[in-house]
Design a protein around this ligand. Structure first.
Ligand SMILES: Nc1nc2c(ncn2[C@@H]2O[C@H](COP(=O)(O)OP(=O)(O)OP(=O)(O)O)[C@@H](O)[C@H]2O)c(=O)[nH]1
Ligand SMILES: [Mg+2]
Length: 346
């Protein structure tokens, strides 16, 4: 006997509210050349207008224009860099699932270092601005104005180019993070798992009415599919979880979802055996180490001899679709993992 239903015991203490992470809003990270071009172009455009307005002697006019130029360049570059910094979420304060996901899918020290480099660069530019603003303001030599402006341009370009590799890595990280599933970590969550092709996605569809891709070949599902029904979050977690040593990104996500987001495992067994039954039972046994409540669902009832189905159901306490949905939805009545306020904000 594999199962022990102690559902309520785990949920006496509601979990702390966690926030919905949205990695779609991370801003694209560009190259230094891109940011410099934007800044210089912006300055040129503003200066065209300003040239017509300022009426003073030539020396003062030139001073004012170049001060304006370096100010616009400074503002534009610092804005671009600050946008990167604010758009990347604070990894240390993320829910555990995402925190771990970052650590297994990204080079975390490099990510931290790269964000630090962007901050460093932004401070350097702000510093150069103060230095060259004063130099231009205080000079009495018309020839020096352009020289200082060129020096300022050279120095900001140089510090930006020094963080080329950091910007490149941030963009690489952003692309990976954009693919992260948007899990509501405060909702009661059932993770549907089992061997490839056993009918996990079909089950999610049957339970929720959501329509992800379903195919007759294994490894169809390449992302964590999510669906919501009756305040229950369903996660269709693909990947043969028994190969812990050789997990790809999606298997890592499935593993972390089981470890950190899952309140209940729904394990799908397919008696038509696209994978031998002993392997399926072996994985079921391995899942015990997650220490979660578990329901076993027998898929493809229509393809299986009734006696075989009944005998297996009895032996392993396995459920058909009707029994499973009743059991699952009774959870939502018995268990309150969050307050109503949390649901609307999650
Ligand atoms: N006859 C029958 N076919 C089913 C049933 N459930 C799933 N299938 C078929 O089995 C195949 C695999 O189903 P999926 O739901 O994609 O299985 P999966 O476990 O999500 O597969 P992967 O995402 O590739 O791991 C598809 O051809 C489904 O149509 C069922 O209850 N009866
Ligand atoms: Mg699938």
């Amino acid at each position: 006997m594999y199962l022990k239903f102690t559902v309520l015991d785990n949920f006496i203490n509601p979990q702390p509210l966690t926030f919905l992470m949205n990695f779609q809003s991370l801003v694209k990270v560009e190259t230094p050349r891109f940011y410099l071009d934007v800044a210089f172009r912006r300055a040129n455009n503003k200066l065209k207008l300003a040239r017509q307005k300022i009426i003073k002697n030539r020396f003062e006019k030139s001073k004012q224009l170049e001060l304006l130029r370096i100010e616009i360049i400074n503002d534009s570059l610092i804005n671009s860099l600050k946008n990167i910094l604010v758009s990347f979420p604070s990894i240390d304060s993320m829910p555990k699932f995402y925190n771990e996901l970052v650590k297994v899918t990204l080079d975390y020290p490099n990510l931290k270092k790269s964000l630090g480099a962007v901050n460093w660069c932004s401070n350097k530019i702000a510093n150069f601005f103060i230095i060259y603003k004063n130099k231009i303001k205080n000079t009495k030599d018309a020839g020096k104005i352009n020289q200082y402006r060129r020096e300022f341009n050279g120095r900001v370009s140089s510090v930006l180019k020094q963080i080329t590799e950091n910007l490149r890595y941030l963009e690489e990280s952003r692309r990976i993070m954009k693919e992260y599933p948007i899990i509501k970590t405060s909702l009661f969550t059932a993770v549907i798992t089992g061997f490839p092709n056993v009918g996990k996605t079909t089950l999610m569809y049957k339970l929720s009415g959501s329509k992800p891709e379903i195919n007759s070949y294994p490894f169809t599902t390449r992302n964590l599919n999510l669906a919501f029904v009756n305040n229950i979050q369903l996660i269709d977690a693909p990947g043969a979880l028994d190969r812990f040593g050789k997990m790809n990104n999606i298997e890592k996500q499935a593993y972390l979802a089981l470890k950190y987001c899952c309140d209940l495992i729904i394990y799908v067994i397919d008696l038509t055996e696209p994978y031998p039954l002993d392997k399926q039972l072996n994985l079921l046994n391995n899942l015990k180490e997650y220490n979660k409540d578990m329901l076993i669902y027998l898929s493809k009832q229509d393809l299986i001899d009734k006696n075989k189905f009944d005998e297996f159901s009895k032996r392993y306490n396995a459920l058909n679709i009707k029994e499973l949905s009743e059991e699952l939805f009774s959870y939502s009545n018995r268990i309150k993992k969050h307050s109503d306020k949390d649901i609307s904000s999650s």
